[in-house]
Design a protein around this ligand. Sequence first.
Ligand code: ATP
Ligand code: ZN
Ligand code: ZN
Length: 800
Amino acid sequence: MAAIAKVIVDVPTMQTDQPYDYLIPADLAAVVKPGMRVVVNFGKGKREVTGMVVDLAEEPEFAGEVKPIVSVIDLAPVLTPEMLALSSWLATSTFAFRITSIQTMLPAMMKANMEKLAIPVAHSEAVQAMFGQQPALNIADITDIVQLKQLMALEQAGEVETVYRVAKKGHAKHVIVIDSLVTEANHDEFLASVRKGATKQIALLDALLAFSNSQKRPTTTEVAAEFSRAQLNQAKAKGWLKLTEQEVYRNPYPEQFPATQPKTLTADQSQVVDQVVAAVSANRAETFLLEGVTGSGKTEVYLQTMAAALQAGKTALMLVPEIALTPQMVNRVKGRFGSQVAVLHSGLSDGEKYDEWRRIARHEVQVVVGARSAAFAPLDNIGVIIMDEEHETSYKQEDNPRYHARDVLAWRSRFHHAPLVLGSATPALESRARAQKGVYTLLNLPNRINQRPMPKVAIVDMRAIGAELQGDFSPALLQALQTRLDRHEQSVLLLNRRGFSSFVMCRDCGFVKKCPNCDISLTLHMDTHRLKCHYCGHEEAIPTTCPNCGSRQIRYYGTGTQKVETTLKTLLPEARILRMDVDTTKKKGAHAKLLKQFGQHEADILLGTQMIAKGLDFPDVTLVGVINADTALGLPDFRASEHTFQLLTQVSGRAGRADKPGEVIIQSFNPEHYAIQFAQHHDYEGFYQQEMFLRHQGDYPPYYYTVKATISHEDENEAAKAAFSLAKSLKSALGDDTIMLGPTPGSIARLKNRYYYQIVLKYKQPDHLVTVLNTLRDQVQTSSRQGFQISFDREPQSFI
Ligand SMILES: Nc1ncnc2c1ncn2[C@@H]1O[C@H](COP(=O)(O)OP(=O)(O)OP(=O)(O)O)[C@@H](O)[C@H]1O
Ligand SMILES: [Zn+2]
Ligand SMILES: [Zn+2]
């Protein structure tokens, strides 16, 4: 029997990947297993912390006194051996700490709360007066300042100690079920014992008899309108019924989904499905890149591949971008697989997420569809993994651990010997290049379903419009919108918000209102009439006069969706417009509701930001308009062209998906730019060739791997000094084939009152670099008490 548990402790100020030895008390010997969370004492005093058991051993490695485990949090492991192994790989490959990786894999609701308690250690009168019979006081509960001061004095005098304890909270939701004990045989007997005028009791007896006869077990909530809890308790005392507590799941999708049947596949689709299914049957961890034009029926391919895995007795995992988790995608998957599906995305409450997670862990579902973090769904026996819209930047987490979901899925694909399908109309350059090298198997769906044509794309040169411009609209786009109104067809209008923000500027002195904590302009929110910092959350009122020169000429800048909507209403008064942006989709379910309204033809125009660009499949949309194609092209970002091409191609793909042909109008100030030209001709391959050429010239990915190191400190000098010394260490540790850019101040040099410096490394040999950086991280981390923070971001979204 193992006597020692190796525990990764959760101590925020002292992060380390080193597991600590803890003694397993005799009464827990049979219980403690790897993957379980435990409570342990850490450091001096009685500080309780949570930790994860990652291994067991016979003998301690630690020579000193080994403390015992205080208690277990879980009755069964919450991380499978697969997940424990994955957390270890994740920590190393993203330069994150193991505990951070573990926490990322568990639902937020499982994060333990810490309580700060005051406990008496002496028996003075003052202590008596303060505590009475209570063994401890929760410091957070004490609001009386006098009492708080007394407590501090007692602590100073050594009569009271403060300790941290792990607060256990009940996470599962419970209902109380009514089991009727009233039968035809005993009903009259019970009735005789009831006073004549007691109509409520008589009604309850009748209802209970009806439950027995129909074998119904209602919950107390279900009958709450008719019978109170007091009444039910009374009835229980009389032996009329039994009350049992039962755990229930919070179901985020209580509605029924109309069942759909598999479609007869086209020849192209069949070929793709056959190849993937062959890998499923052969238990082969092959990665496929499915390059299929918009409307080519990729979703049907995913569904039938997943069905094949289920047929073989396995499970299926499908990732979609957060914003594509519209009811359309959930409908399609739930419609095909019904209650076998669990859905995970950020729109769910913590409780719903926790329940979906447990349904997966308990093997109650066979299909998981979810956004980025669903890559860690505790699904077992995986037969196929799908990643839709694999080029989406939201698959990369921008916080520690800075993982890309694609890499996590590739790891799990190898672990389960299951194929991974990466699908997109516009694959990331990295992925397409890997397919070129034969690392991925390239699959193509070059045509739309039933040979429907791709929409015709026209580019409007905005430089040539001049006085004919109305608001942000060219005559061509306005005319096309009018035509759709006349024909009762629908339009989708994209306002590209990437690369610019709405801010407030003084027309007299050019003053721009910035965040007092971060060197960045505040963003205008017209709905609440406030200025907000998107980095730290700082908020303030919109000034009426310039804080710098006092001028009243302070104006709002930037084209917002609201402004476009207002203009459009005056230009096309009869048009019914639905606006979809961060403001109109803030409320839970608002996104789904807007799309449903549009689907039911309650509007003619869907006007929105990037969130309308992908996945939508509405048959009556025959026009797509792009108000501003180029805003992102000006960004100092080597992926600017790629992102612009992807966005234009995706949004164009919303037009003409059914019998009516589609048309696309793109307004641009750079009509000859290659990203816009290739998008006009639906030419992904052409774009890929051209972009690869440019990346090669500039030593950019995918020709190089990249990593961005960021170092910060509250003092600007300290941050700079540390950055230069880090650069020196890196130079000596890395070979000549590594290119180093910087150190430079971060694009936002100051954030939340910390100063940032960064170094970008471009390199060819990943293995060596990972070792070097992990060692460096540990060295810098030990100096973290001097206020330094360091992070490494592998394949950063941008260098700025
Ligand atoms: N075999 C088929 N027979 C008939 N209709 C099909 C078939 N496969 C797919 N479809 C239909 O074709 C339309 C487009 O398919 P789907 O939405 O899957 O395209 P997609 O490739 O995912 O496009 P996008 O990349 O634009 O999201 C859908 O309405 C779908 O129901
Ligand atoms: Zn700020
Ligand atoms: Zn001014």
